[in-house]
Design a protein around this ligand. Structure first.
Ligand SMILES: [Zn+2]
Length: 222
């Protein structure tokens, strides 16, 4: 059962389209699991629509619609790089059980997993985001992530398996926000590895004996 949800303010930003891409992706990932927040988003959309209807109308030029349509047509002519077609078979084996929405963000082929410790691996997910690092994290069954604190906000959405820390147990769909200065040490459940989607606003800093790993956690938005 999901115990951690995005704050209402974040859902308002999400619905109004003012949230940046990486946090937006984390909220969408949560909505794949959470009917309660999905319903809240639908209500906010209805509310936004009602508010728009009450706005004072502005006069626009007669040809504005034609100009907008022209812009859209020109956009369609821009040649785009061919991306390899992704199939279920070409996905990284660890990604096959993830929600379809998350799978659609991933490239074909093996993900560039990088070992941070013997039980923690990370694969960056490139979405063209400049201000946040989006990544998948895997903690092996029973494995511990290094204790670390945060210099910026970190959002974690559990996608598969579960992990716990000093504050509780987190299961698929849980949406955990860590603020700068928070310190914690995630521990995966013993029976299954844990896969999370993480959004990092600024580098995390390892504490304790694993401080030496800090250079491997450099901030690398993509
Ligand atoms: Zn929720």
């Amino acid at each position: 059962m999901i115990k951690r949800h995005p704050e209402p303010d974040l859902l308002v930003e999400y619905t109004s389209g003012t949230l940046q891409l990486a946090p937006c992706i984390s909220v969408t990932a949560h909505l794949q699991y959470c009917d309660k927040c999905s319903q809240a988003v639908e209500s906010l959309k209805s509310l936004g629509g009602s508010m728009l209807e009450t706005c004072e109308k502005s006069v626009v030029s007669d040809n504005l619609l034609d100009r907008v349509l022209d812009c859209i047509e020109q956009e369609g002519d821009i040649p785009r790089a061919e991306t390899p077609r992704r199939t279920q078979d070409s996905l990284d084996a660890f990604a096959r059980d993830l929600p379809e929405y998350v799978r659609d963000l991933l490239p074909a082929g093996a993900l560039p997993w990088r070992s941070l410790t013997s039980s923690l691996r990370v694969a960056p997910v490139s979405v063209g985001e400049e201000n946040y690092e989006l990544a998948l994290h895997r903690i092996l069954a029973g494995g511990k992530a290094p204790e670390h604190d945060h210099r910026g906000m970190e959002i974690t959405v559990v996608l598969k398996g579960s992990f716990s820390d000093e504050d509780g147990l987190y299961q698929p769909g849980d949406f955990i926000v860590r603020q700068p200065g928070d310190t914690h040490r995630p521990l995966a459940a013993k029976n299954e590895e844990c896969i999370c989607l993480s959004v990092l606003e600024a580098p995390i800093r390892l504490t304790g004996v694993k401080r030496v790993l800090n250079p491997f956690l450099g901030f690398s938005p993509s």
